[in-house]
Design a protein around this ligand. Structure first.
Ligand code: FES
Ligand code: FES
Length: 228
């Protein structure tokens, strides 16, 4: 018996047939893939633009757009006395002497170890005084004389007595700290040609040697002092 208000419990209750209405779904999926692809392409393209802008502004002019936008943040042409030669070089206001020497003047004998005034690998002489070039702004040495390891060789290319003594005493192990050690030793012997071993140790105390060749370096300084 049935009437219009009753529920027919005998009616089949199977789930609705799956609909393979792929047209709309695939279209939607296609659109979503396309938009995802375009999104990734956009990101990569904008990254490439940013990178190339960095190259153009940073690589060619030597300063980033931020530095260029900062008042005074652009390179200035300086004349520097390096190893007795006047050299012209474009320098940023915050540029360190180590960076100028190594990457603009090609004087790579000056090493960069810590780049924060701790190891002494970057030691050069400024008016005869040992300085950490990683912690010296280039514009501060404009009217001074800078001497690097390259400036020690004699007129005929012969080694400086300190360099020769370092070889004779087998001081360099890996050699990374050697230019800094030599510059400190040269500064010492120019002001004190006959130092005691303790004075030599004190003069080289700002030069760290990871290979631990301290005694070899001291022997070399004493040998150089005796041979002078
Ligand atoms: S690199 Fe300058 S002190 Fe270490
Ligand atoms: S010789 Fe290697 S760090 Fe000094």
């Amino acid at each position: 018996m049935s009437d219009n208000n009753s529920v027919d419990l005998t009616a089949p209750t199977s789930p609705p047939e799956p609909r393979l209405d792929t047209g709309g779904a695939m279209e939607t999926l296609g659109r979503s893939k396309a938009s995802r692809r375009s999104f990734i392409k956009g990101v990569v393209a904008s990254g490439a633009v940013v990178s190339s802008a960095g190259y153009v502004f940073g690589g060619l002019s030597g300063c980033t757009p931020e530095q260029a936008a900062t008042p005074g943040g652009v390179e200035r042409l300086l004349r520097l006395n390096i190893n007795g030669e006047m050299r012209s070089v474009d320098v940023l206001p915050n540029e360190t002497l180590a960076m100028t020497l190594r990457y603009k003047l090609g004087l790579t004998g000056t090493k960069l170890g810590c780049d924060r005034g701790e190891c002494g690998a970057c030691t050069v002489l400024v008016d005869g005084v040992p300085n950490y070039s990683c912690s010296t702004l280039t514009h501060t040495v404009r009217s001074k004389e800078v001497r690097t390891i390259e400036g020690l060789e004699g007129a005929n290319g012969e080694l400086h007595p300190v360099q020769q003594a370092m070889i004779d005493e087998l001081s360099p192990q890996c050699g990374f700290c050697t230019p800094g050690q030599i510059m400190s030793a040269v500064a010492l012997l120019e002001t004190n040609p006959s130092p005691t071993r303790d004075e030599a140790r004190h003069a080289l105390s700002g030069n760290l040697c990871r290979c631990g060749a301290y005694d070899h370096y001291l022997n070399a300084v004493m040998r150089a002092a005796q041979s002078a």
